[in-house]
Ligand binder design. Structure first.
Ligand SMILES: Cc1ncc(COP(=O)(O)O)c(C=O)c1O
Length: 434
């Protein structure tokens, strides 16, 4: 494969866009050097880079494209609204229809506000909780990597430049599946914690009773429980992780799976909390998600079309089915190469991740890069193993056979040294927690 055009466009991107792209996770430093640096187009689960190379992909727009690239019912819905105008002086009917359709899916949520990205929705949940409780601190689940690009979260990472000192220290951490660790925070900071944020599940499943214990603790101590459903929403279950596990939080946030890659996210929750942003009563003074582009019509049309596909077609079943097919095939292949301890899969089939370890048995970025290099070379683009409604049996079977070949190189590299096979430098992670 040649990547000449990719390389030259990436170089130009690096000069005009910090980090060479608008999302760090898409940056050149996240991938091997021989790589499709710039994508030209996508269809279903296939993408083509600017050099004309084709890939089956398993990143799917950072998990936002759950149905498939250029999925016809979604693109048709957008085309239909385009000729009717996109942004008006008063709300459009779509704002009502989309809100009603969304609330029909998320049990327990009585009101919703749409915005453009997940971070904004999650930060708005914190603002609501702070206004409701008149408290400042927030507790987040320490085992989960990302909640928001806003200061209250980014201050906990290594990329904390530009964040005022007083913000550091307002975000506390508890441990997943350890309700006692949250209780200890409530005891150490009495009447100070406004909200508790977590993904109801990520890689590990919640232990029986864990989520309910968090809810009970939050309510005993007067804090707001927030489920970040950015990933679990519409993947674990059409009603989100809250329906899957039967624990309804006070507030929850959705994004990625909501509009098949179009920019729509949602903050939803009880009327009691959400109406603080309604301006109907004296105390309703929360400036809650009010932006120029907050409800432009094409994205809401995309969200409605996406939700309709979820409601009328077996999307979630398909994600589980294809994820399981992939998981079963890859587990067998890894074992055949003697790599069961080195190339490992994690998470639910609807949201699989993989981990790479070196010969010392420790997580290895160099081996991750080698795996990416060898799969890219053979027509796969897989920063994770996330399937969509467009991944067919044929795509999955081809993927398994390609990974079989890539793991043969991996096994040789364990023996000969990864540098023998790796072209260029290892990739990086975006950041670690401090
Ligand atoms: C769990 C979780 N919450 C929030 C976000 C932030 O969403 P966005 O990138 O749309 O701002 C992400 C993004 O990766 C996420 O995975």
């Amino acid at each position: 494969m040649q990547f000449d055009k990719s390389r030259s466009l990436q170089e130009r991107l690096r000069k005009v866009v910090p980090g060479g792209g608008h999302t760090y996770a898409k940056g050149a430093d996240q991938f091997p050097e021989p790589c499709p640096g710039v994508i030209a187009r996508g269809s279903g689960c296939h993408v083509w880079d600017v050099d004309g190379n084709e890939f089956i992909e398993y990143g799917m727009g950072l998990r936002s494209v759950t149905l498939g690239h250029a999925f016809p019912p979604v693109t048709a819905a957008i085309r239909e609204v385009l000729d009717r105008g996109t942004n008006f002086t008063r709300p459009s009917e779509l704002e009502l229809q989309c809100a009603e359709q969304f609330l029909g899916l998320i049990q327990g949520a009585e009101m919703v506000k749409f915005t453009k990205d997940g971070s904004t929705a999650v930060s708005a949940a914190l603002k609501l909780a702070r206004a409701h409780t008149s408290r400042r601190l927030v507790a987040i689940c320490a085992d989960q990597p990302f909640f928001s690009y806003d200061d209250w979260f980014i201050a906990t990472t290594t990329m904390d430049g530009g964040i005022p000192g007083e913000v550091h220290g307002e975000t506390l951490r508890f441990t997943f599946n350890d309700a006692a660790s949250l209780e200890a925070l409530f005891i150490a900071h009495p009447q100070q914690i406004a909200a508790v944020f977590l993904e109801a599940a990520r890689v590990a499943e919640p232990a029986p009773g864990f989520l309910q214990s968090l809810k009970t603790l939050c309510h005993e101590h007067g804090a707001v429980l927030v489920f970040d459903e950015m990933i679990t929403g519409f993947r674990w279950n059409l009603g989100g992780a809250q329906r899957e596990y039967g624990v309804v939080p006070d507030v929850s946030t959705y994004g990625k799976a909501l509009a098949n890659g179009f920019a729509v996210s949602a903050l939803c929750g009880t009327r009691e909390l959400m109406r603080l942003g309604s301006r109907e009563r004296e105390q309703d003074n929360v400036f809650l998600l009010s932006t120029t582009h907050g409800a432009e019509s094409p994205s809401l049309a995309a969200a409605m079309a996406t939700m309709t596909v979820y409601q009328t077609q077996p999307v979630i079943e398909h994600l589980y089915r294809q994820g399981t097919r992939l998981q079963t095939g890859l587990t067998q292949v890894a074992s055949r190469h003697g790599l069961s301890q080195h190339f490992q899969l994690f998470g639910r089939p609807c949201n699989l991740l993989y981990g790479t370890k070196g010969s010392d048995g420790k997580p290895s970025q160099a081996f991750r890069t080698l795996f990416l290099q060898e799969t890219i070379r053979r027509g796969l683009l897989m920063p994770s193993l996330v399937v969509s409604y467009s991944h067919s049996d044929e795509d999955i079977d081809r993927t398994i056979s390609v990974i079989d070949e890539a793991l043969a190189v991996y096994a040789r590299a364990l023996h000969d040294g990864v540098e023998t096979y790796l072209v260029g430098r290892p990739s990086r992670t975006v950041f670690d927690r401090k």
